[in-house]
Each structure stands twice: as structure tokens, then as C-alpha cells.
Design a protein around this ligand. Sequence first.
Ligand SMILES: Nc1ncnc2c1ncn2[C@@H]1O[C@H](COP(=O)(O)OP(=O)(O)OP(=O)(O)O)[C@@H](O)[C@H]1O
Ligand SMILES: O=C(O)C1=C[C@@H](O)[C@@H](O)[C@H](O)C1
Ligand SMILES: [Mg+2]
Length: 171
Amino acid sequence: MTGPAVVLVGPMGVGKTTTGMALAERLGTTFRDTDADIVAGAGKPISEIFIDEGEPHFRELERQAVRAAVSEHAGVLALGGGAILDASTRELLSGLPVVFLEMGVAEAVKRVGLDAPRPLLAVNPRQRWRELMAERRPLYMEVSRAVVSTEGRTPEDVAEAVLDALELRKA
Ligand SMILES: Nc1ncnc2c1ncn2[C@@H]1O[C@H](COP(=O)(O)OP(=O)(O)OP(=O)(O)O)[C@@H](O)[C@H]1O
Ligand SMILES: O=C(O)C1=C[C@@H](O)[C@@H](O)[C@H](O)C1
Ligand SMILES: [Mg+2]
């Protein structure tokens, strides 16, 4: 097993799922998303896992979900926005074709809105988003082979930029 063809990381709403699906189609492969794996395993939405069992429990489920997906999935893999907080996950990602999708705060507000059921942005979302990114940007950078801006690009354009960044385009 060689691991995923591409791993997408980045903040909530940056387009990991949308771009990931476009990229998988473009590469003729399948898409997998660790958030979706966790929801399927727990049988309830992430917001309810946070409320019922707390964030540390969610992070442990996420750690396990990333491990399983990296070892089982050969297509395009999107990780939850906070997966890179775990040091052992960052270590696991080293050597893999990881791409950091990014955008600014104004675009984040446009994309995720202010009332979406995202537990980490429930209160004062602009401020919280800035704080989260200040903490996480260095971690996204640490695990990534390339950074791709998603602003002013359609998901299909972002997928093409990811292929260019990883030099995955066939001649
Ligand atoms: N390149 C883009 N330009 C404009 N809007 C986009 C782009 N990519 C995604 N979106 C929109 O932004 C929203 C969030 O996208 P998506 O769910 O793919 O992000 P995500 O990174 O998977 O978020 P999450 O953290 O919830 O998993 C969706 O409404 C999607 O249609
Ligand atoms: O940025 C985060 O910490 C999160 C992002 C989402 O993908 C989900 O994994 C969850 O809402 C937490
Ligand atoms: Mg997603």
C-alpha cells in the first residue's frame, strides 16, 4: 500500500471536500474524508460528538480515523481542519503528498457563513478563525509539500493547481 495519491489539509470551509471530489474525478480515483468517516463511525454529526463527549474525545476519534484512512485509501484524502494538531498525525503525514489549501478570513466568512453548525466557530467566528489560523498555519505548513490558494478559483481550478503543485500532471 503506497498511501493516498493526494492529502488535502486546511481550515474549515476552504474547500477540501469540494476540491477533493473534483480532484478525485480528475484523477479517476475515489475521494475519502476523515470527517465523514468519523460521523459514520459515531452515528451522529461532529457537532453532537463535541457536545456529548467533548473535543478531546473527538480528537482521539480523528487520530484513529486519519491512521485508518492513510493506510487503506489510495485516492484523494481530505482531513478534518484540526487533524494536524496531533503530533503523531503530523509525523504520519511526513513523506505523503500533502497540500495545504488556504484562504483569508473574509473569504472564510463568505464560505462557511456565521451560522453553520461548526462548534469551533460558534462564538465570534471572525476572531476565532483568526486565532485558530495563527495557531494552525505553522502546523499546516509543517506537514505540506505545497500551498495552494483557493481564492478567486473554482474548485476545478483549485484541483488543477493542486496537480501542478504536486507535479502530478501527465505529460
Ligand atoms: N474554490 C471555491 N470557491 C468558492 N467557494 C468554494 C470553493 N470551494 C468550496 N467552496 C464552497 O465553500 C463551502 C465549503 O466547502 P467545503 O465543504 O468543500 O469545505 P471543507 O474544507 O471541506 O470544509 P469542512 O471543514 O466543513 O470539511 C461550500 O459551500 C463550497 O461550495
Ligand atoms: O478545524 C477543526 O478543528 C474542525 C474542522 C472540521 O473539519 C471538523 O473536523 C471539526 O468541526 C473540527
Ligand atoms: Mg469537508
